[in-house]
Design a protein around this ligand. Structure first.
Ligand code: PEP
Ligand code: MN
Length: 337
């Protein structure tokens, strides 16, 4: 159940209202937006008479039942769009933010060269896998700690914040100095990892599981938020279907639905969604057209030699051309790229 508080009610009054409910045995989520503040009750609310609460508390504008499993990430509880701020780089309403870089960090020369090039083309964050979740144990598994070190060098050289995947809770201490922690598709329902990363309080890029429903995706985001993470970016990266010609099937309707159901920003990964370089550019434009808040795109200085996902990576010139095309379209959508 959620109570929307009237405008201009003071913090102390809201605090007393919250305390009353907690004394009755409920947990609460306090959601403070620019326009609205909401108090969400967690617990068995079946016996709570909503109308009575509204009538007897003049700070409450209206009440609504929240039937979804996810509450803190729900738009019912938080009406304003959340804009995630990563050291001044914004993802959310009014922006179209592009993250780019190689699938895996391979060497200092590679990551620094790619970082400089994607920055010059307009990318605002650098991606690069250090710990790689690979289907085969015999495939390149990433440079691990060394990969994190090289990412930090690339950050120093360019000023781009870095996004990289954490695979399990034992890695938490290694990620203290990482700007955005990626939780990959394979780990979207690793609940212990979600909790541990949520407790770190750092920005998180949460990718949709390849066989996860939109509701499951949002409920995983709820794990993060209820553990303390305020800055979550959702990422649609394609789901498994009967189609074999593409690596996955990009579910663009999910982007629209996620934004209707949740206040969190949503970005699209056309690289893993398709697995095919020539599809990345058209689907990037489609993502912008349906209202995505940004993209994460794999790029490489020499895709033919990439140790991972070369076939879906743009070379640096292709990335630059795509960014030019996106800039024109972002301006029409009144989004800052
Ligand atoms: C990745 O971004 O490198 C990756 C492995 O993505 P996903 O988890 O979406 O497969
Ligand atoms: Mn990849």
């Amino acid at each position: 159940m959620v109570f929307i508080i009237k405008p201009k009610v003071g913090e102390a009054q809201i605090g007393n209202f919250v305390k009353d409910w907690e004394n009755k045995g409920f947990s609460t989520i306090l959601s403070v937006g620019t326009e609205h503040t909401a108090v969400c009750l967690i617990g068995n609310t079946a016996a709570v008479d909503m109308d009575h609460v509204v009538e007897t508390n003049d700070i409450v504008e209206y009440a609504k039942r929240v039937t979804e499993q996810y509450k803190a990430v729900s738009r019912t509880v938080h009406l304003d769009n959340t804009i995630v701020d990563i050291g001044g780089v914004k993802i959310g309403e009014g922006f179209f933010t592009v993250i780019s870089g190689p699938c895996s960090v391979e060497s200092e020369e590679q990551i620094v060269q790619v970082a400089k090039a994607v920055k010059a083309s307009g990318a605002k964050l650098l991606r690069g896998g250090a710990f790689k979740p690979r289907t085969s144990p015999y495939s390149f598994q990433g440079l691990k700690e060394e990969g994190l070190r090289l990412l930090k060098i690339a950050r120093e050289e360019t000023g781009l914040p870095i996004v990289t995947e954490i695979m399990n809770q034992t890695q938490v201490p290694l990620f203290e100095d990482i700007d955005v922690l990626q939780i990959g598709a394979r780990n979207m329902q690793n609940f212990d990892l979600l909790r541990a990363v949520g407790e770190m309080g750092k920005p998180v890029l949460l990718k949709r599981g390849m066989a996860s429903t939109i509701e499951e995706f949002l409920t995983s985001a709820e794990y993060l938020m209820s553990s303390g993470c305020k800055s979550i970016v959702l990422c649609e990266r394609g789901i498994r279907t009967f189609e074999t010609m593409t690596r996955n099937t990009l579910d663009l309707s999910a982007v629209v639905l996620l934004k209707q159901k949740s206040h969190l920003p949503v970005i699209v990964d056309p690289s893993h969604a398709t697995g095919i370089r020539s599809l990345v550019s058209p689907l990037s434009k489609a993502a912008l057209a349906v209202g995505a808040d940004g993209l994460i795109i794999e790029s490489h200085n020499d895709p033919s030699k990439a140790l991972c996902d070369g076939g879906q990576s743009l070379d640096l010139l292709q990335f630059e051309v795509l960014m030019q095309e996106l800039k024109i379209r972002a301006a029409i959508e009144q989004k800052q790229l």
